[in-house]
Design a binder for this molecule. Structure first.
Ligand SMILES: NC(=O)c1ccc[n+]([C@@H]2O[C@H](COP(=O)([O-])OP(=O)(O)OC[C@H]3O[C@@H](n4cnc5c(N)ncnc54)[C@H](OP(=O)(O)O)[C@@H]3O)[C@@H](O)[C@H]2O)c1
Length: 339
């Protein structure tokens, strides 16, 4: 007899990360996609995403907590910050497991309120587990609420955390990051228009982006060191993909390759590369590719991910797999969109 599938839902099914999740869940052996929602609903998933025509036909409803509680054991909240916590707080106590994509449960209260807005679900903030799989796997497996890390923090932390014990915390840490335009979500704004992005590359929110405090907080929590993070994101004329270059100062001589190999020996979705990494080799996959090199006391760490997969949706699915007792890698994409 076939195993019973676990019923899951997606709120935010019309967005970029929602679509990536749908694509992975269509063929997932352990999850049944039982509920899809947006603000207005009243449509079909193949109408929202014509690429799904002939692949999947499911109604998309106006988001309702009652329906989620009645129909889902686990729900993915692929929603903007603030909207997420509005949904989550009424679901957790009703026994629905949650994987949230927004910043709402990622940060300590003080950091969150300093950079986002007043928190509306303080009661559940402390129990949320930060979903950076390779560092919080055991806690995720026991969690009822997982906070998906930001896309830039995912690549940055996976690259830099193994080196924290060797880095001079008094020297500046620079994170130079580049993202494809899908990182900004589907809503058009001034900087994501074609004529602005095409044939172009530029920094935005240099040293002020909200992912800097997230990176700093997690370096302290997961790496055990307080560091001042200088973070500069750039937009590049690509649909998906994120490349992070970290520059740090070392306290001692190290073999960076040996450190990476040792830290990630049991992590099948981290690939240690011998040459600088490229977004194309990870596009369409859950992999994070990492390369590191030193020059005297200078350390260069280079990490590449697909922002809407490893930076959000596939990382969320890996967390959901663990929360439901499945193999971490179940249903995660591994073949890159090359050439
Ligand atoms: N894009 C990335 O690479 C990335 C990476 C990491 C994390 N994230 C985070 O993931 C979340 C989703 O990002 P995204 O890029 O997928 O955004 P998006 O393309 O803008 O999609 C947002 C989705 O949220 C829905 N929504 C908004 N308010 C709602 C409400 N009150 N009720 C129901 N649905 C509502 C929208 O539905 P409507 O069609 O009804 O407006 C849409 O489907 C954000 O928190 C983002 O910061 C994104």
């Amino acid at each position: 007899m076939a195993n019973k599938k676990i019923h899951v839902g997606i709120v935010g099914a019309s967005g970029y990360t929602g679509l990536e999740l749908v694509k992975m869940l269509v063929n997932h052996p352990g999850f049944a996609l039982s509920y899809l929602a947006t603000t207005a609903g009243d449509t079909m998933i193949e109408q929202l995403h014509p690429a799904l025509e002939g692949v999947l036909s499911l109604p998309v409803e106006a988001a309702s907590q009652e329906e989620i509680i009645a129909r889902c054991e686990l729900v993915f909240l692929a929603l903007p910050h603030k909207t997420s916590m509005g949904f989550a707080k009424g679901l957790i106590e009703q026994g629905v497991k949650i994987v949230d994509f927004s910043a709402d449960y990622r940060l300590d209260l003080e950091t969150y309120e300093a950079h986002y807005c007043p928190h509306e679900d303080k009661a559940h903030l402390d129990e949320a587990v930060y979903g950076l799989i390779e560092y919080t796997r055991e806690d995720i497996a026991k969690a009822r609420l997982v906070a998906g890390p930001g896309c830039y923090p995912t690549a940055t932390l996976l690259g830099i955390l193994p080196f924290i014990p060797y880095i001079d915390a008094n020297a500046p840490l620079f994170v130079d990051a580049k993202s494809g335009v899908s990182g900004a979500g589907k809503k058009l704004n001034e900087i994501t228009q074609f004529v602005t992005v095409n044939d172009n590359i530029f920094a935005y929110n240099p040293l002020k982006h909200r992912h800097a405090p997230e990176i700093a907080e997690k370096i302290e929590k997961l790496g055990g060191a307080k560091m001042h993070v200088n973070f500069v994101p750039h937009l590049i004329p690509a649909t998906r993909g994120e490349l992070v270059s970290v520059y740090a100062t070392l306290k001692e001589d190290i073999d960076p390759n040996e450190i990476l190999q040792k830290r990630y020996a049991n992590d099948p979705f981290i690939r240690i590369r011998q040459t600088p990494v490229s977004i194309k080799h990870t596009a369409g996959t859950h992999f994070c590719d990492i390369f590191a090199a030193t020059n005297g006391n200078a350390l260069f760490v280079n990490a590449a991910i697909d922002n809407i997969l490893r930076g959000s949706s596939s990382q969320a699915l890996a967390a959901a797999n663990l929360m439901c007792g499945y193999d971490e890698g179940m249903g995660l994409p591994t073949i890159a969109y090359v050439p």
